[in-house]
Design a binder for this molecule. Structure first.
Ligand code: ATP
Ligand code: MG
Length: 400
């Protein structure tokens, strides 16, 4: 007898009725997606759980893949047996003997969810516990603080015996909260912000501003790679690459140097808003963190934010840089982010950016400019790539 199933538990129990059903369906679909490479596996929904049938696949690899899937609260390896006391006893004993660490104390927690089963939970605890004690040495029962808790769940069609719990990624299944347009630079912060958004169940599209020939192909590839890393957490990502050279050159020539950063950000937001509107996206997201740099003071955010009515989600706003770095390492984007390619912002920006730009000043400087044709051209010439979670390859729209 060996582990033949994984029980998947999901949190957020406040979800009720229709939402709950959608949530469960999406989670089941995302799990199937994440486990695509395991051909024998079946993923079923039953009694408020999702059950992964291993059919001979190695559980270690499957658990690892499941730990990236948002919406999963916890996982347990399980042995599925018939509703038969002898089989339950053997499975419980097996779990105890095969536990990774030696077990000194244990407890049986039986639950008779299927009431017509003739033995009640108390008696089940008693019978199964007794059998384990009789077949082991130096092991005792401790109901308050057991070294190993073996749960026995009797359902109508089968009994699941589990021990130990792996934590899941938490959050909500990607695809249950709409779509967000992530402003993705090549830096450390924005991919982490993308991860946080995915965690709350939104799908991502990403937008990146680049300035060829000042930024090169490798800088572009870096952003593609970052978007690819994010597909691991849920779904394919549409990446919009916006040519930004003309706008930057124009601002560089026509705007006062200490206001260029502010005006450039306002342009980025205006373009992002248009791309969001074209794609049915209701919110933007950035990797900004309060006070981190000149463009991220409240004065700056206030003046930059003025140009759009879309909500801007800033998942990192209260985080310290070190916390962000730790998370970037955990999600494996850090190594890519620190590759030293030039970013469009760093190339043109003068060192004397204002930390307290005011809205009226920004409006005044923009009144001397003719920005609309620049905005239109940037949007028109935006290149869109489709980055698929399935193959982790860039595919054309038709295949997507
Ligand atoms: P990051 O580490 O994400 O690059 P940062 O600390 O370098 O952030 P800024 O350069 O001030 O901060 O950028 C703030 C946010 O603006 C970024 O997190 C990102 O969301 C967005 N952003 C900056 N540059 C670009 C770009 N070239 N394309 C798209 N979005 C950008
Ligand atoms: Mg940056």
């Amino acid at each position: 007898m060996e582990y033949n199933h994984i029980l998947v538990r999901y949190g957020e129990l406040a979800l009720k009725g229709k939402n709950r059903n959608l949530f469960e369906k999406q989670l089941q679909q995302n799990i199937r997606y994440a486990l695509k490479s395991f051909e024998e596996i079946k993923v079923r929904r039953t009694f408020g759980r999702i059950i992964v049938e291993l059919n001979g696949e190695k559980y270690q690899d499957v658990v690892e893949a499941l730990q990236f899937v948002f919406g999963i609260h916890s996982l347990s390896l399980a042995i599925k047996v018939n509703n038969d006391l002898e089989q339950m006893k053997k499975a419980a004993l097996q779990l105890l003997k095969e536990n990774e660490e030696p077990v000194q104390t244990f407890k049986i927690s039986a639950r008779r969810a299927y009431k017509p089963f003739p033995i009640d939970s108390q008696s089940l605890n008693h019978h199964i516990g007794g059998f384990v004690l009789a077949n082991t040495e130096d092991v005792t029962v401790d109901v308050h603080n057991p070294g190993l808790n073996i749960s026995v769940e009797v359902r109508e069609t089968a009994t699941y015996i589990t021990s130990g719990v792996y934590s899941g990624a938490g959050g909500l299944p990607v695809g249950t909260s709409g779509k967000v347009l992530l402003m993705l630079s090549g830096g450390i912060d924005s991919p982490v912000a993308g991860y946080q958004i995915l965690k709350r169940g939104a799908k991502l599209e990403a937008i990146h501003f680049h300035s060829p020939p000042y930024t090169n192909e490798r800088a572009k590839q870096k952003v593609i790679d970052l978007a690819k890393s994010l597909t691991k957490f849920g779904a394919s990502i549409k990446l919009h690459l916006v040519p930004f050279t003309d706008i930057q050159t124009y601002l560089n020539k026509e705007a006062p140097s200490n206001f260029q950063m502010t005006l450039m950000r306002r342009m980025m937001l205006r373009i992002s808003e248009r791309i969001a509107n074209q794609n049915g996206i209701l919110a933007l997201a950035t990797g900004e963190s309060l006070g981190q740099v000149a463009s991220q003071t409240l004065h700056s955010m206030n003046t930059i934010n003025e140009v759009t009515n879309l909500p801007i989600i800033r998942p990192l706003v209260t985080m310290d840089k070190l916390e962000v770095i730790a998370l970037a390492k955990k999600i494996n984007t850090y190594e890519t982010s620190i590759l030293p390619f030039e970013d469009c912002c760093t190339i043109f920006l003068p060192a004397d950016s204002k930390t307290r730009p005011r809205r009226d000043q920004a409006q005044k400087f923009e009144s001397f400019l003719e920005i609309e044709p620049y905005l239109q051209r940037a949007v028109e010439n935006t290149e869109t790539l489709f980055i698929s979670a399935k193959s982790n390859q860039i595919e054309s729209e038709e295949l997507f």
